[in-house]
Design a protein around this ligand. Structure first.
Ligand SMILES: Cc1cc2nc3c(=O)[nH]c(=O)nc-3n(C[C@H](O)[C@H](O)[C@H](O)COP(=O)(O)OP(=O)(O)OC[C@H]3O[C@@H](n4cnc5c(N)ncnc54)[C@H](O)[C@@H]3O)c2cc1C
Length: 131
């Protein structure tokens, strides 16, 4: 656990892309130190316009950016959904224990449904990493 926390950084992410995937809002944040350290299955705590940051699975970590896909549930996710390109958001991450592979056996990625709250957000980067 200590090693996992040691990998996390506290930084500022800049919104570089906003898109929708189905019913989900996807924010892409330029955060090179977080992107570089992320492995599939990890999450980040992201500023959400209120006292406490909110946790989101890292849906993509490509180059110097991470993406999170979320559903608007309450005040924090509504605030995040209203962000604009260039906005700055405080981030800490990557957090959590990422997925590990058994190099000896076949690997199957199973997800409950197509929606980030149902765990497919971390499953997607994992599936891409084992292709
Ligand atoms: C490790 C981790 C990773 C996560 N990754 C993602 C992700 O990738 N995408 C994503 O959309 N969400 C994800 N979540 C859930 C996300 O953090 C919450 O949806 C978010 O914190 C809600 O914040 P809010 O301020 O909008 O809602 P709040 O104001 O905190 O809550 C508003 C209302 O919605 C209810 N509520 C809050 N969260 C949920 C929920 N998950 N399901 C049902 N009801 C809820 C609350 O009880 C409250 O009644 C993750 C949570 C964890 C712990």
């Amino acid at each position: 656990m200590t090693d996992v926390l040691a990998e996390a950084v506290e930084t500022t992410g800049h919104v570089v892309a906003i898109e929708r995937i189905g019913e989900y809002q996807v924010l892409t944040l330029r955060a090179p130190e977080v992107a570089r350290r992320t492995i599939p299955g990890q999450f980040a705590m992201i500023e959400a316009g209120c006292l406490l940051r909110r946790p989101f699975s890292i849906f993509r970590a490509v180059g110097d950016a991470i993406s999170v896909a979320f559903d608007v549930i309450g005040d924090g996710t509504r605030w995040l959904a209203e962000r604009s390109l260039g906005d700055e958001l405080a981030i800490s991450g990557p957090l959590g224990t990422g997925f590990s592979l058994d190099p000896e056996g076949p690997t199957v990625a199973v997800s409950g449904r197509l929606g980030p709250r149902a765990s497919s957000a971390p499953t997607k980067p994992f599936a891409c990493s084992i292709r």
